[in-house]
Design a protein around this ligand. Structure first.
Ligand code: SF4
Length: 328
């Protein structure tokens, strides 16, 4: 829902200010449409129906995996495809992974989104609507900006959404913005007033290999990004999550785990190893034994390192798989 449009429409209709809060409360709490907003006059509900679309997005398809993961393919008004995912865990967590761009200009070689044509930055309302579509399916408590696109290239809109997420049930402490290392965005987040978490998609601790798999590294080197993450830590004193996708025979040796340990400090960085989900790329996922040896090496060096649970692989909703089908 375009909340600016809602506000100006209510003003034009001469409605008192509290009407905006009423409509937003219903929407943030999972209402399926204006018709459910029982404390609004019926005539106002009808006017809103006509003048303020309940969502800026249209649901095109909905896929549900055997583990309860739900992936939505949504279209913007101008026909840009976006994917968004709800992951449901056995411990009760309900975590969403939202997109900040349609497609992505950064072309990481292992990523299905990177292979898709870049469309544009999403508006704040298009990002927020992904969360709201998922909120109509289930209650939510965690959010990562780790879907399609590089959130730091669209940070103002992402932060606008972060400010609204607590009303949807997701606190700042449970919100994470993930970046491949877009330094100006990291610095802007550090200076912002929104106390969310930072995640760095690192994937290789060697500049040459990192540039091969992530061309953005030619623009912002490991040391540049590390310095920006350190500035974030100095200011916020919040541990930074490092995401490391495990590509078989590429970045998963014990020697490479040691390089990673040399780059980072265990009290500042927590490391998530992500099993690679095969898309149409040239890479294979790492063997289970290689992942465990990598993790153990990091642990021996004093790091908190975990191997992430795979969610939604059977519907192409796992990490690195978004938009494989939408782009086809
Ligand atoms: S990994 Fe992220 S930054 Fe890289 S191409 Fe995919 S969406 Fe873009």
């Amino acid at each position: 829902m375009d909340l600016n449009l809602l506000r100006s429409t209510l003003e034009e209709l001469g409605q008192p200010r509290f009407r905006f809060d009423q409509v937003w409360k219903w929407t943030a709490e999972g209402a399926q449409g204006y018709h459910e907003m029982s404390n609004l006059p019926a005539s106002l509900r009808a006017q809103l129906e006509e003048r303020v679309p309940f969502s800026t997005l249209t649901e095109v398809t909905r896929a549900e995996a055997s583990d309860g993961t739900v992936k939505l393919l949504l279209n913007t008004k101008d026909g840009r495809p976006i994917e968004t995912v709800l992951m449901r865990y056995k411990d009760g967590r309900r975590s969403i992974c939202v997109s900040s761009q349609s497609g992505c200009p950064l072309t990481c070689t292992f990523c299905a989104t990177g292979a898709m044509k870049f469309g544009r930055n999403l508006t704040a309302w298009e990002i927020l609507d992904q969360a709201l579509h998922l909120r109509r399916i289930d209650e939510l408590d965690h959010c990562v900006f780790m879907g399609m696109g590089e959130p730091m290239m669209n940070l103002d809109n992402v932060l606008e959404v972060c400010r609204r997420l607590p009303d949807v049930g997701i606190t700042h402490r449970r919100t994470g913005i993930s970046t491949v290392g877009w330094v100006p965005g990291i610095d802007k987040l550090t200076e912002s007033d929104v106390p969310v978490r930072l995640a760095w998609s690192l994937h290789s601790a060697e500049d040459a290999l990192r540039s091969d798999i992530m061309p953005v590294n030619d623009r912002y080197s490991l040391q540049d990004v590390k310095a920006a993450c350190d500035r974030f830590y100095e200011k916020r004193r919040k541990m930074i999550f490092v995401e490391y996708i495990m590509l078989g025979g590429v970045n998963d040796s014990v020697a490479q785990a040691k390089q990673l340990a040399d780059l980072l400090e265990p009290w500042k960085y927590k490391i998530n190893l992500i099993p690679y989900n095969p898309t149409d790329s040239v890479y294979d996922g790492s063997e289970r034994g290689a992942m465990e040896a990598f993790r153990q090496t990091l642990e021996d060096e004093g790091f908190n390192a975990t191997i992430r649970l795979i969610r939604g692989r059977d519907i192409d909703a796992a990490c690195g798989q978004l938009a494989a089908k939408a782009a086809a």
